[in-house]
Design a protein around this ligand. Structure first.
Ligand code: NAP
Length: 317
């Protein structure tokens, strides 16, 4: 089976590429011009460098593939970039898939789109809707928090500082999933032969963990006493109000305001399945997959067995 993978230079895309190669798929990776060197080499791998958003002939050298997996994501979350990448890039991929009769399109989305309050979430939903209407069968994967997103305080706590909580530290919860387990889940979906488009919320092995519990696990892994300090999540609103007048004139400040909205969202919303009828997040109904645990990940990073994951542009700590 020949698979086209977009986003192979990202955190999850890299893990998906490793999994595809481990399972003997023939893979074409689509990367930005000049980024080919950032992808592992293998005889089963063809690297295509193309500017999908600017070059209308980007598909020329691809030929026929059986499935498309998209792990592309806006690196900044800024509204204009989210529109270009989360929607525009994926739409271009889907047009190619439709024209060439691809049998499955697998999309890396996010569980947080259940409560769309942010620009990038709305762009993701716009594309999910397009995929659902397409003739190409779609698989929409909506994961909970990645391990990488919960690694931001390792250096801080190692340096002897207390673990930083928003509010009580019990405002939110998630079932963290490793890049490897998520990649396995996504690659498994290539075997799905069903028609239509299906949505899969997915977490790692339970139970759901609050930031308090995550902090305790991190302190244990570092052999530090569990000490916390707390800030109110409303501080992100206060900062946003402070820069609001500047955001009228500066697109940079508007992006900054969106980043503060994103930070407030993650400080106050759980990454679990939302139950519309009870208006609550539901840990029990959040599906689990895989074997990698957050405590195992912390232990490996703290001992140096695993490198600290490269952090995204939207990091808080
Ligand atoms: N963080 C979490 O806990 C979490 C949880 C659930 C879901 N998610 C979702 O997962 C996604 C993030 O995944 P990730 O961490 O693997 O992302 P990432 O590491 O930021 O990688 C993003 C990928 O998209 C590519 N890309 C971005 N803009 C591009 C452009 N203009 N043209 C071509 N390629 C472009 C990047 O290529 P370059 O390397 O060339 O920039 C990279 O390969 C987001 O959709 C997020 O909502 C995240």
């Amino acid at each position: 089976m020949r698979v086209l993978l977009a986003g192979a230079t990202g955190y999850i895309g890299r893990a998906v590429l490793n999994e595809l190669l481990a399972q003997d798929y023939e893979v074409l990776v689509l990367v930005r011009p000049g980024s080919g060197g950032n992808v592992a080499s293998s005889p089963a791998l063809t690297v295509i460098e193309a500017d999908v958003l600017a070059d209308p002939t980007w598909q020329r050298s691809l030929g026929q593939v059986d499935a498309v997996i998209s792990c592309v994501a806006s690196r900044s979350g800024a509204p204009a970039d989210a529109e270009r990448v989360e929607f525009g890039f994926n739409r271009a991929l889907l047009e190619y898939a439709e024209q060439t009769g691809v049998s499955r399109f697998i999309l890396l989305s996010a569980i947080c789109v259940q409560k769309p309050r942010l620009a990038f979430q709305r762009e993701k939903l716009k594309f999910e809707a397009l995929l659902s209407k397409s003739s190409v069968p779609g698989t929409i994967i909506r994961p909970t928090a990645f391990f990488r997103s919960l690694a931001g305080q390792i250096e801080r706590v190692r340096a002897g500082k207390p673990f930083l909580l928003f509010g009580s530290g019990h405002l939110t919860a998630c079932k963290p999933i490793s890049d490897r387990d998520l990649a396995r889940f996504m690659v498994l979906k290539l075997m799905d032969a069903s028609e239509g488009t299906h949505v899969y919320p997915i977490g790692g092995p339970g139970p759901a963990l609050t930031p308090q519990e995550q902090g305790r696990l991190l302190c244990e892994a570092l052999g530090k006493p569990f000490r916390t300090t707390s800030v109110p999540p409303e501080m992100f609103d206060w900062m946003r109000w402070l820069i609001a007048p500047l955001a009228w004139f500066s697109s940079g400040m508007r992006d900054r305001a969106e980043f503060l909205r994103i930070a407030k969202f993650y400080a106050t919303e759980s990454m679990l399945v939302w139950d519309e009828s009870s208006q609550r997040y539901d840990a029990r109904n959040t599906p689990e997959f895989g074997t990698d645990t957050l405590s195992g990940f912390y232990a490996k990073v703290c001992s140096g067995e695993l490198p600290l994951p490269e952090r995204g542009e939207q990091r808080l700590f």
